[in-house]
Design a protein around this ligand. Structure first.
Ligand SMILES: *[C@@H]1O[C@H](CO)[C@@H](O)[C@H](O)[C@H]1NC(C)=O
Ligand SMILES: *[C@@H]1O[C@H](CO)[C@@H](O)[C@H](O)[C@H]1NC(C)=O
Length: 133
């Protein structure tokens, strides 16, 4: 019985990985998944390479028992993670905001932020531009 449950969980976790293109998610716990909504960057946001910007998210629905995994911010392009933008940090203590430096990627309008808590969450596409000279 225990084996069956574990196998089913692994199968669903695997399906989740494949469905969401998450290449580096921590194992998911079915008990305390918190999926914070990213509030910045959003559609229309423009980041300039080399500047400091804030990734922000809603803290409205933090689970009362806390969050088991650290937070981590990745930059994704076409929903595939391309660059880690942060160390692993305390997602609850960060209180909805983490400052990152915009990396020197190829300027384009189809970048997303992936925020990992207990689960990965991907924000809408936004734009990264080169600094104007
Ligand atoms: C990012 O957040 C910090 C702390 O709240 C604030 O001081 C800073 O001005 C923000 N930076 C931007 C680019 O909004
Ligand atoms: C978290 O952020 C909110 C809104 O920015 C602020 O009102 C609150 O004091 C902050 N809480 C802590 C513990 O820093």
């Amino acid at each position: 019985m225990k084996f069956t449950t574990t196998t089913a969980f692994l199968a669903s976790a695997m399906a989740y990985f494949i469905a969401s293109n998450e290449v580096s998610a921590a194992p998911l716990s079915p008990l305390d998944v918190w999926d914070p909504t990213i509030t910045s960057p959003v559609t229309g946001t423009v980041w300039v390479i080399g500047t400091e910007v804030n990734v922000t998210w809603s803290t409205d629905n933090i689970p009362p028992d806390g969050v088991s995994n650290g937070g981590h911010v990745y930059l994704a392009k076409e929903e595939v993670e391309v660059v880690s933008l942060s160390p692993t940090f305390d997602l609850v203590a960060a209180n909805g905001s983490f400052t990152v430096t915009v990396p020197a990627v190829v300027p384009d309008d189809d970048y997303q932020i992936v925020l990992f808590g207990d689960s990965g969450n991907i924000g809408p596409s936004f734009t990264i531009v080169a600094p104007s000279s």
